[in-house]
Design a protein around this ligand. Structure first.
Ligand code: ATP
Length: 388
């Protein structure tokens, strides 16, 4: 079982009386790749600064190996940081930049020890043979590797990475995501990674922590976070989600749009109001006559692997992803398997996310000139059908 390394216990941070981290309780395991994920301003960097020792919490405690470290300065923590801006020394070569990370190591290392450690790092970040290069002649990705090597060379137990790939183009970003995971596994240390990119978080992490407004919304594996979001904010932030109001009639029976559907969730009070998440890839388009519900296609966009299809159900627009196109204006039916419904408790985010009306409107404006939305709500009402 993984061993706990760092714990934030009731940690809050306020700047000028404004709370930016609100009662955070979380632990970080030894040797895990954990990602703090959330929109701009949600408190990710502030959390890293607390762990790195650059900020003392307004309330609460920070523990490292069960020892309280609130007031331990950064250079006495077994933690290093890699920032988005590499901050390399342009007048030093690759070797010298990496060796710089050793200047605080005590007792001082011999020349040979420094040489061996730097060469070991160059090997780990796949820059063997680059030691005498000027850093100003390296590509962005290579510079980022040097910055990572410099942060790792004094063998911290934890590496904090604050949007380190933000400055790289998409292709390089993807390559570096794999590289970072490989490096973390080779070094066998804890990586705490900050990003607002959900795809990046899902691809790299053992554990994802979704944050919003200074609060943790959910902690889990990438699969948990995607398949079992705890509230509408998480469901919306991670991937695409249709989120509709519903009621749990009984265990494994949910009611949406006034109709009952079989699902796989239970444990709710009878008739408890819930938020129901339906992922776009879990909806099958079928002939109108075979549909559990029927709606009208208002927009279609080719995305390469699939089509994004916007379908109007009684004024509520869903996103459906399908490899087969459906023309704008088509009346279609849909089918959803029981495990395609994910049921969530109501939260303060209920009703705020999960309707693709604005998505559709954008495309309506730029795309399809022939589409005319039905003006007759009663007609749409009739088109709703239920086959459960
Ligand atoms: P981003 O992805 O944009 O970097 P973030 O999730 O890392 O965002 P933080 O940098 O942790 O967010 O900031 C959280 C909030 O705290 C923001 O509203 C920010 O303006 C505020 N904040 C951060 N540092 C300070 C400071 N030194 N003084 C005042 N407010 C601050």
């Amino acid at each position: 079982m993984s061993k706990e390394l760092i714990r934030l216990s009731g940690v809050s941070v306020a700047f000028d009386g404004e709370i930016v981290l609100d009662d955070m309780n979380i632990h970080f395991n030894d040797k895990e790749f954990l990602t703090l994920l959330g929109p701009s301003g949600c408190g990710k960097t502030t959390t890293l600064r607390i762990i790195g020792g650059f900020l003392v919490p307004t309330a609460g405690d920070v523990f490292f190996d069960n020892v309280r470290i609130n007031n331990v300065p950064p250079h006495k923590r077994q933690v290093n940081t890699v920032f988005q801006k590499y901050a390399l020394f342009p007048h030093l070569n690759v070797f010298e930049n990496i060796a710089f990370g050793l200047h605080l190591v005590r007792p001082k290392l011999s020349k040979k020890e420094i040489h061996d450690r730097v060469m070991e790092m160059l090997e780990i970040v796949s820059l063997k043979g680059f030691e005498n290069r000027s850093v100003s002649l390296l590509s962005g990705g290579q510079q980022q590797r040097v910055a990572i090597a410099r942060a790792l060379v004094n063998r911290p137990r934890v590496l904090l990475l604050d949007e380190p790939l933000g400055a790289l183009d998409l292709r390089l970003r993807k390559d570096m995501q794999n590289e970072l995971k490989r490096i973390q596994q080779a070094m066998e240390i804890t990586f705490i990674y900050v990003t607002h990119d959900q795809e990046e978080a899902l691809a790299m992490s053992d554990t994802v922590v979704v944050m919003n407004e200074g609060k943790i919304q959910q902690i889990g594996t990438p699969e948990d976070i995607y398949n079992e979001p705890e509230n509408a904010f998480v469901a919306d932030f991670i991937g695409e989600s249709n989120i509709v109001d519903g009621f749990m009639c009984a265990d494994k029976v949910v009611e949406i749009f006034g109709r009952k559907f079989e699902c796989v969730d239970g444990g709710f009070a009878p008739n408890e109001p819930v938020d129901v998440v339906i992922r776009p890839e879990d909806v099958d388009i079928v002939p109108e006559k075979d549909g559990m519900l029927t709606g009208t296609v208002t927009n279609i966009t080719f995305k390469g692997v699939h089509y994004d299809i916007i379908v109007d159900f009684k004024g509520f627009k869903w996103l459906i992803q399908s490899t087969d196109p459906s023309p704008v204006g088509a009346k279609i039916g849909i089918k959803i398997d029981p495990d395609g419904f994910h049921i969530m408790k109501k939260s303060r985010y209920s009703g705020m996310f999960g309707d693709y009306s604005s998505y559709s409107a954008e495309y309506d404006e730029i795309g399809d000139l022939e589409y005319e939305p039905s003006e007759n709500e009663a007609e749409l009402e009739e088109e709703m059908r239920y086959d459960f």
